[in-house]
Ligand binder design. Structure first.
Ligand SMILES: [Zn+2]
Length: 110
């Protein structure tokens, strides 16, 4: 079973206690009442779908109930780190590249 680290409870808990809550770090436009429909649609509907490091919001719904952010590698499905909501986005490109290199090493060994 996948274990996810909750930065508030400070322990790894089973994935069944958590719920995905969308992309993290989506900034609401400052003057949202005066933006165009296209700009609003882009803010409201469009999300990144990266191959590699994705920054996501998660909620420890069957635990403390709090929202937090996670960096997850979409290739390996491994959580690289979790951090409290409001904390800055960690730069983890190198970690993702290491995972990619390990995955390629594993594929070439077959
Ligand atoms: Zn928690």
């Amino acid at each position: 079973m996948l274990l996810i680290h909750c930065p508030y409870c400070e322990e790894k808990r089973p994935e069944l206690e958590f719920r995905h809550a969308g992309e993290a770090h989506v900034a609401r436009p400052a003057d949202i009442a005066n933006i165009s429909d296209a700009e609003f649609a882009h803010y409201f509907f469009y999300r990144d779908n990266p191959k590699g490091v994705a920054y996501e919001r998660w909620r420890h719904i069957h635990g403390c109930g709090r929202f937090f952010n996670a960096a997850r590698d979409t290739i390996s499905d491994k959580f690289l780190t979790t951090y409290k909501a409001g904390e800055p986005k960690p730069e983890l490109v190198e970690a993702a590249n290491e995972n990619k290199a390990e995955a390629q090493k594993g594929n070439s060994a077959k």
